[in-house]
Ligand binder design. Structure first.
Ligand code: Z5A
Ligand code: MG
Length: 208
């Protein structure tokens, strides 16, 4: 059995409940005596994260490629700290990761998935990716939709198409219209199973 922590990623369109589930999963793991912490991307607390936050709230405009590289840099600036936590046996529940980076940027005109992947090559590869899915029209009805950049149904539909192209067979699709409790239970069981068969060595994203 591996002594390191597991890298668990939650992905999906806006308002699929990723943040709700990421928080609950950390709490549920902790209450079972499993060390786990939350890592949110974008991490808006760093200097790079502050620029990203200004971009998302329309306080700042940036070239599409420039903002893409900043989202990636925001992950790279956290990589060493993430490695060190995982090596200490702390599992990380990550609320959005490089897959959001590729899906959202490549939904813009002129940015290919191939180009968008490059800056994240070599980041840590997750041990499990949960992909929360629901129809953008349904998600629109949930709280807070429409305040930040990208939060419109037409763009979300393009992002959904990019996610489908990016998705690989290892991803675990979860119906985001299930109750939050049902999703939480499913995630916890799956993570516990993943942890039983965790490879000792961490892998790199989009390398192997
Ligand atoms: N972005 C990017 O372009 N490139 C990158 O590399 C990265 C991100 C990392 C901000 O992300 C934007 O950055 C995002 C992608 C882009 N843009 N968009 N669109 P963010 O993660 O900071 O966005 P957010 O503001 O946290 O929204 P979100 O993450 O999309 O929401 P969520 O976390 O998936 O959902 P939630 O906050 O948990 O729940 C939303 C509402 O639904 C809330 O009222 C809940 O009570 C409700 N909810 C939750 N679960 C359920 C269930 N099961 N049933 C019914 N209602 C529910
Ligand atoms: Mg969120």
């Amino acid at each position: 059995m591996a002594t390191r922590g597991a890298l668990i990623v939650l992905e999906g369109l806006d308002r699929t409940g990723k943040s709700t589930q990421a928080r609950t999963l950390v709490k549920n793991l902790n209450s079972k005596g499993i060390l786990a912490e939350l890592q949110i991307f974008p991490d808006r607390t760093t200097q790079i994260g502050k620029v990203i936050s200004e971009y998302l709230s329309h306080a700042r405009d940036l070239d599409d490629r420039a903002i893409h590289l900043l989202f990636s840099a925001n992950r790279w600036e956290k990589k060493n700290a993430m490695v060190s936590k995982l090596e200490k046996g702390i599992s990380l529940v990550v609320d959005r990761y490089a897959f959001s980076g590729v899906a959202f940027s490549s939904a813009k005109p002129g940015l290919s998935q191939e180009w968008c992947r490059q800056p994240d090559v070599g980041l840590l590869k997750p041990d499990v990716v949960f992909f929360l899915t629901a129809d953008p029209e349904t998600l629109k009805q949930r709280g807070g939709y429409g305040e930040e950049r990208y939060e419109n149904v037409e763009f979300q539909k393009r992002v959904a198409a990019e996610y489908s192209e990016l998705e690989d067979p290892s991803w675990i699709r979860v119906d985001a219209t299930w109750s939050a409790e049902r999703i939480a239970e499913h995630l916890l069981t799956t993570v516990e199973n993943t942890m039983r068969a965790l490879p000792e060595k961490m892998r790199e994203l989009w390398v192997d």
